[in-house]
Design a binder for this molecule. Sequence first.
Ligand code: C2E
Ligand code: CA
Ligand code: CA
Ligand code: CA
Length: 279
Amino acid sequence: AKAAGRNNFAWFAEPMLDESNERASMASALRVAMRSDELAVAYQPQIDLVTGDVVGFEALARWYSPVHGPVRPDRFIPVAEDSGMIVELGRWVLEHACHDVAEMQRTLGRKLRLAVNASPRQFHSAGWVDTVVSALERSGLSPEQLELEITEGILMDDRWNVIEVLSALRELGVSIAVDDFGQGYSSLAYLTRFPIDKLKIDRAFVQEIRSEDGDAPIVDAIIGMAHALGMEVVAEGVETPYQEHYLRARGCDQVQGFLYSAALPAVEAAVAASRAQPV
Ligand code: C2E
Ligand code: CA
Ligand code: CA
Ligand code: CA
């Protein structure tokens, strides 16, 4: 709907007339895109709420199709996931992001953290840990700087040796964040079963922080729980100064959102990180 003025292609139409046809057409276009330079990685700054510094970035995939214009990740990531292409795409994002952030560090002369999304299919693919090791080695980024964002679904799926993969990553020094925390699953038992370093409060809960006197009990609970379990907590989708104020007062560790910056190309992200933040 957003890009409807651009063209009439069905990828942007809402609701979709023929979902499966559309997905098939998108999957083949994505296959071409991966080979022809249409993909990019954008970096959204993550800010420490105490110091106000940009401490790192979340890497987010971008697709600029010469035919269809920009395609939103909400649309193409699920297609990549279903078709299995996410394994290759995810490897590309990881390698690209490690390389870019290593370069940003050299420019800025300080260490930065890099958060990369790992989808269920990627996470469970053969050789995934080796992919991570090789991306780190090739870029020179140290494992301590890499954080993988996984979804609750990965932890809930007991068909796989989730513990083994997470432990191998932890052993390397890579940290694990649970993305979109609070969405979809109600069992909290897994939080103590797995080696998890951080919870990312889902944007939907951050949006509940609305007015000067209003409460956001779920946000409070997630922050309290994360800290009680020895984890850090980052809030995503922070859009207003009051949300920032509220989160700082509750002891949230980091923030990320349009209040600070959207995801930017690497060069602009480095510039954003070099400026003092108005916290
Ligand atoms: P996510 O991992 O939850 O990423 C955060 C999304 O929220 C990003 O959307 C980001 O641009 C957006 N966002 C950030 N701050 C704000 C804000 O203040 N307000 C609002 N309204 N939105 C904000 P984006 O880039 O469109 O990505 C959407 C989703 O696509 C991601 O959600 C993630 O699930 C998936 N995705 C993107 N890149 C990758 C990737 O490389 N690999 C995998 N597996 N998934 C990816
Ligand atoms: Ca994420
Ligand atoms: Ca998220
Ligand atoms: Ca999300």
